[in-house]
Write a protein that binds this ligand. Structure first.
Ligand code: UDP
Ligand code: MG
Length: 338
């Protein structure tokens, strides 16, 4: 899965162990957060002991406007551990924005994004770093097995990646948001101005040298999925509208088909009238095309409206998130925003 664009300077690491930032978006994760922090701290210790990451490495937890005890727990963790930074957004902005907010706070040489429920095991960070040290700037975590996900989740994800491929969008199959990025890749990503974030598409577009690491997805540590069907559909549709205009083209096709059917029906009605002498048989032949064409028009307006809505949101250039508080960044005084 090498990217086609080979950067002119091959960024092979030569300066000793690079520093690592782990970014963890959290929304109502009180059930897992303490255990996750312990697991990630242990992972950092191991990575440092093996010379893969420097002692300047940090973990950034981003509280995405949680309504449970996630923030107090994060504050405590940041106060207890110098390598934990807790960032709070002003309100719930969604996974993609929370992740982006976390990325914007990092300054380390490598940045790994990972979910708070540890479904994507931290032990996979080591091979990701090895790939980075080999000169790859983006390392995608690819879910080889996801037996612990529900049947519906697996099927819908599979169907979605196929749909996106069919629409001509270049996504890494079965990669969500567990990945490693170089400082340069993160800084480049942070230059993208769009409000509607679909990070797995944007990162793919950066074009830096990339590879992937396969792993088996685990069960959620505790708590419930924060991606109910509504949110999954919303993220999926965002991916389609952000990266493809195929649905707009499909509308034209649909219009042509509907027009063709309508013409055929008109010809048939005229033929019945002229050659058989009978009256037009029943109201069905009138009502069916009216209903059919009406529904096609509504559908088309809906799809156009979706794109128009996205354009409207983008032209406003509104900030993707507002930071409320940062704890644990900079010593000895904890740095606090507002
Ligand atoms: N998340 C978030 N904001 C939201 C929803 C989810 O920051 O509005 C985080 C959540 O805490 C988790 C990650 O996004 O760290 C992925 O969510 P989850 O594990 O619930 O999704 P799933 O694995 O079921 O797709
Ligand atoms: Mg999860």
């Amino acid at each position: 899965m090498e990217s086609l664009v080979e950067p002119s300077v091959r960024p092979v690491w030569e300066k000793g162990a690079p520093s690592l930032a782990i970014v963890v978006p959290c929304y109502n994760e009180e059930a897992v957060i303490v255990e996750t922090a312990a697991a990630l701290l242990a992972a950092l210790d191991q990575l440092e002991a093996a010379g893969r990451a420097s002692v300047a490495s940090k973990i950034y937890f981003v509280d995405d406007g949680s309504m449970d005890a996630t923030w107090p727990l994060l504050e405590r963790l940041a106060a207890e551990h110098t390598r934990i930074v807790a960032v709070a957004l002003s309100c719930n902005r969604g996974h993609q924005n929370a992740l982006y907010a976390g990325l914007s706070q990092t300054s380390e040489d490598m940045v790994v994004s990972i979910d708070a429920d540890l479904q994507d095991g931290p032990e996979n960070i080591a091979p990701m770093i090895d790939a980075f040290l080999d000169g790859h700037e983006i390392v995608f975590g690819v879910r080889e097995k996801r037996e612990t996900d529900t049947w519906f989740k697996r099927m819908s994800a599979e169907g979605y990646y196929r749909l996106m491929r069919g629409l001509g969008v270049d996504l890494v199959f079965n990669h969500a948001d567990f990945r490693l990025m170089s400082r340069r890749a993160v800084d480049t990503l942070l230059e993208y101005p769009e409000t509607n974030l679909f990070l797995r598409g944007m990162v793919r577009e950066l074009g830096f040298r990339s590879t992937s690491v396969s792993y088996a997805r685990r069960r959620r540590l505790a708590g419930e999925s924060k991606y109910p069907l509504r949110r999954m559909l919303s993220l999926g549709w965002r991916g389609v509208t952000a990266y493809s205009i195929a649905p707009l083209r499909a509308i034209t096709l649909l219009g042509l088909i509907a027009g063709g059917i309508a013409l055929a029906l008109i010809a048939w009605v005229l033929a019945v009238k002229l050659f058989s002498g009978n009256a037009v048989p029943g109201w069905a032949s009138i009502m069916l095309p009216v209903l059919f064409i009406g529904s096609v028009q509504l559908l088309c307006l809906g799809v156009i409206g979706e794109y128009l809505g996205k354009i409207y949101q983008e032209v406003k250039r509104r900030p993707r998130f507002h930071l409320r508080e940062i704890v644990g960044k900079g010593t000895p005084e904890n740095h606090r925003v507002r």
